[in-house]
Design a protein around this ligand. Structure first.
Ligand code: GDP
Length: 444
């Protein structure tokens, strides 16, 4: 009791807080803003359009600085996406800006597949974000968001409306990204032609059901400006980083023999409207729509593909553990099935090869037997010939011996009866054995 009394006396000197006073949680938005400003922001723009339509120039004009960009050639074999990141700062706000260009778009003879590398790039960025989200140790707050927040689709000012390539590509992109169509190099056609071109483009987009990004009208602060700009699609833009002298002012523009196009003059083009909508009013909505609409769709499809569901057929909610187990079992079943079919394939292949080898072996055996027979017959006939030759040789030798004997006898007779020489000589040459002896010698 004494202790309590002492404590009260000491506390009397401390300041007292009134319960009805200012608590302070209304500073939460400021805390949030400070935290976000300290961290900085990411904004990623994809520029789709044919080479030389003015994509790089427009980016430099929009951000008021020159972005070094390698000039694209018209001889690319396929569409390639080139991305570059810049660290920008305006007052205290830091912005990591990534600009992605489509090199070679519309330059091939066959443009059928031109949209594919673009879709693949957008999906690859979603995939990276999903991977980060699913990591055990993730840091999404500090993660540099790689997802494409807006796609500026550049339409050529030449022609009366959209090309087939434009329609196909825009239709494929509509569910993946916030799509904003712009007419590039709008200064090269007359005001009337531009008006007709804009009308034709919008009619065509409407009749093919191509969904383009709509500036939000729910927030009453921006509802008026956004709904009026929603009727200005597609933006007709002119880009330039050159300064031209108008009166005694220097402005960004393009100088022609008949006058100057001022890119920031709303009577000349829609660049200011585009900058206003894209960067000053709706940048956060573009980032938000990317996350809540396009990324969400990608994530849902991807997770369903991986076997995740929110509810089972009895509308019971699935636990992550159950889903994981079910997917694991399914994968094991698939693996076993694949293993079995591969084993079967291997066995069949071995059997086929074995049969082929046996067939070959049989053929070789037959060939060998045939050669053996031929060899045997040839040997036999050679033996026969040899035998005949030997017989001939023997007969010849016999005749030779007989002839030699006769010759010897004849020579002996001559020496004993010289008078009968001529007669005997005649007889000798008329002898058949003598003839054959002569012919035998000639033969040799
Ligand atoms: P990219 O290949 O689409 O990036 O096109 P570039 O921005 O490199 O521009 C190609 C050429 O067109 C350059 O010579 C630019 O000066 C010119 N160019 C860019 N924008 C415009 C424009 O709005 N109007 C006109 N007339 N020319 C432009």
């Amino acid at each position: 009791m004494m202790m309590m009394m002492m404590a009260t006396t000491e506390n009397e000197e401390q300041r007292s807080l009134e319960l009805s006073g200012h608590v302070g949680f209304d500073s939460l938005p400021c805390q949030l803003v400070n935290k976000l400003v300290a961290r900085g922001f990411c904004f990623n723009i994809l520029c789709v359009g044919e080479t030389g339509i003015g994509k790089s120039t427009l980016m430099s004009t929009l951000f008021g600085r020159t972005f070094e960009n390698e000039e694209a050639s018209h001889y690319e074999e396929e569409v390639r996406l080139r991305s570059q990141t810049y660290d920008l700062q305006e007052n205290t706000v830091k912005l990591k800006l990534t600009i992605v260009h489509t090199a070679g778009f519309g330059d091939q003879i066959n443009n059928e597949e031109s949209y594919k590398p673009i879709l693949d790039h957008i999906d690859a960025q979603f995939e990276k974000y999903l991977e980060e989200e699913l990591k055990i140790k993730r840091s999404l707050f500090n993660y540099d968001d790689p997802r494409i927040h807006v796609c500026l689709y550049f339409i050529s000012p030449n022609g009366h409306s959209l090309k087939a390539l434009d329609l196909i590509t825009m239709k494929k992109l509509e569910s993946k990204v916030n799509l904003i169509p712009v007419i590039g190099k709008a200064d090269i056609i007359s005001k009337n032609d531009l008006k007709n071109l804009k009308r034709n483009i919008m009619n065509e987009l409407l009749s093919y059901g191509v969904q383009i990004y709509q500036f939000p009208t729910e927030d009453e602060d921006v509802a008026e400006i956004n709904s009026s700009i929603n009727n200005c699609f597609p933006f007709a833009v002119v880009g330039s980083t050159d300064d031209v002298k108008i009166g005694n002012r220097m402005v960004k523009g393009r100088m022609y023999p008949w006058g100057a196009v001022q890119v920031e003059n709303e009577d000349h083009c829609d660049l200011v409207k585009l900058r206003e909508m894209l960067l000053r009013v709706n940048m956060e909505d573009l980032r938000e729509q990317t996350h809540s609409r396009h990324y969400e769709l990608f994530r849902r499809c991807k997770l369903e593909e991986m076997g995740f569901k929110d509810t089972d057929p009895d509308s019971q909610s699935f636990s992550l553990q159950e889903t994981y187990e079910a997917k694991r079992k399914e994968l094991i079943r698939e693996l076993q099935h694949k293993e079995e079919s591969m084993r079967q394939m291997f066995v069949n292949k071995v059997k086929e090869t074995e049969a082929e080898l046996k067939e070959k072996e049989k053929e070789l055996q037959e060939r060998f037997e045939q050669l053996k027979r031929l060899h045997h017959e040839e040997k036999k006939s050679l033996e026969e010939k040899r035998r005949e030759l030997e017989e001939e040789m023997n007969a010849f030798n016999r005749r030779k011996v007989a002839a030699d004997t006769l010759m010897g006898q004849a020579l002996q007779g001559c020496s004993q009866q010289p008078l009968k020489k001529d007669k005997d000589k005649k007889n000798f040459f008329s002898l058949p054995s003598a003839c054959s002896l002569t012919s035998g010698r000639n033969l040799n």
